[in-house]
Design a protein around this ligand. Structure first.
Ligand code: ADP
Ligand code: MG
Length: 380
């Protein structure tokens, strides 16, 4: 079980700073002094009265008074001592015991029982605290078990996606290449319809290859290409732009940027992130040549990046849907794609401890995506 170090106890205020035991000593000492002084004064006064040779019946009364006072003082003394013993053993000790037990639980031993048998009020209080402890511990254990189970099944799913997409590549490559060979070798013997069927088969196999490659990238985030280092995010953007240079030249796109910070992250994944967002910005362009701006601003202990374009934009009602895997808003023959890009981007950003979303209130006419990445403190 993990537990943070115990926080220091809260400071009591005002007269509450003096412990009950000390209050008892102070009041007891004052009562003792008053008791001794009172006794001495009464003794002196009766001695004075006896010295005045009082009448025999008055002297007898004085004797009785002295006896009564001695008995009264003795009873008071016994009561005082009894009270002290009672407070010490019936209140202060059990409170100390309970405090010690609660401290042990608070320090991380959540199975430690909390119990004192007396006095009745403290016994009741300790049994309530103990049942509270038991309920919290059992709820916490259930939650911990479920988290562990989720982590395990998530790991299994990731493993499955990885193995499936990895192992499917080889047979698929075979299907694609042999269908192509069929067309090349026996094309002359086939009629138009057979050629069309072969064309569909090759097209399907190629599309599946794209899907499987994207799925493989998706399942790799945080598993295979995981290590993070201090990197210049501007360099990741440069690499992404290099990879996209052909598309950017073809479409006449311009990409501008703010000065990008140093980050703690995975270079390959951050390149994939920029690349997917810029690729989308170019792909979903309007009639104008694409203009894309990569911005960044500090927001608390996070960097907030943005990728704004002047393309066709996304209707706000689809702001969540577009991040789901395989979810696309357009037919494949209008805008090609597998629908994994944004899901991959979100997984990358979350792996880096940030969030990615579509900005519904952005000023630019096209789409603006924003994402956060924790700042490390030594950037720029
Ligand atoms: N910059 C953008 N402008 C307009 N629509 C976008 C943009 N980026 C993403 N989208 C929408 O989100 C969907 C999902 O994007 P993505 O996951 O990258 O899949 P793909 O690019 O393969 O279609 C896209 O099909 C598109 O409808
Ligand atoms: Mg995409």
């Amino acid at each position: 079980m993990s537990i943070h170090p115990l926080p220091p106890p809260r400071e009591p205020i005002g007269l509450g700073r003096v412990p009950v035991g000390r209050w008892f000593l102070i009041i007891g000492a004052a009562a003792g002094v008053a008791f001794v002084a009172g006794g001495a004064i009464v003794m002196t006064m009766t001695a004075e009265a006896v010295r005045l040779n009082p009448r025999p019946d008055v002297a007898a009364q004085l004797d009785r008074l002295i006896v009564a006072l001695i008995v009264l003082f003795a009873v008071l003394l016994v009561c005082g001592v009894g009270l002290w013993v009672m407070v010490r053993y019936a209140v202060l000790r059990p409170i100390d015991q309970l405090t010690e037990q609660v401290r042990t639980v608070a320090a991380g031993d959540f199975d430690h029982d909390l119990h004192v048998d007396r006095p009745a009020e403290l016994a009741e209080l300790s049994s309530h605290i103990d049942s509270m402890r038991a309920r919290i511990v059992s709820a916490w254990r259930v939650a911990a078990d479920q988290t562990e189970e989720l982590r395990r099944s998530n790991g299994e799913l990731e493993q499955f996606a990885y193995v499936a997409s990895h192992d499917l590549q080889e047979p698929l490559r075979k299907v694609a290449s042999f269908t192509q060979m069929l067309e090349q070798r026996y094309g002359s013997q086939l009629d138009e319809r057979a050629k069309q069927y072969i064309h569909y088969a090759v097209d399907g196999a190629k599309r599946m290859q794209l899907l499987i490659n994207d799925l493989l990238d998706f399942s790799r985030v945080g598993r295979v290409t995981g290590e993070k280092t201090a990197i210049e995010s501007g360099k990741a953007l440069d690499t992404a732009l290099e990879n996209l240079s052909a598309t950017i030249d073809d479409t006449g796109a311009t990409v501008t940027r703010d000065e990008l910070p140093r980050l703690y992250g995975n270079p390959l994944q951050l390149t994939q992130l920029f690349q997917n967002l810029i690729e989308n910005a170019v792909k979903f362009r309007s009639e104008e040549p694409p203009r894309i701006h990569i911005g960044v601003a500090r927001s608390g202990d996070m960097w907030e990046f943005s990728c704004a374009d002047n393309g066709i934009g996304v209707e706000p009602k689809y702001a969540d849907r577009i991040f789901l895997i395989f979810q696309r808003l357009h037919a494949r023959d209008v805008y090609p794609g597998t629908g994994i890009g944004l899901a991959l981007c979100r997984k990358i950003v979350e792996y880096h401890g940030g969030q990615l979303w579509l900005d519904g209130n952005a000023e630019s006419r096209g789409a603006t995506f924003r994402w956060t990445i924790p700042a490390t403190g030594d950037e720029r």
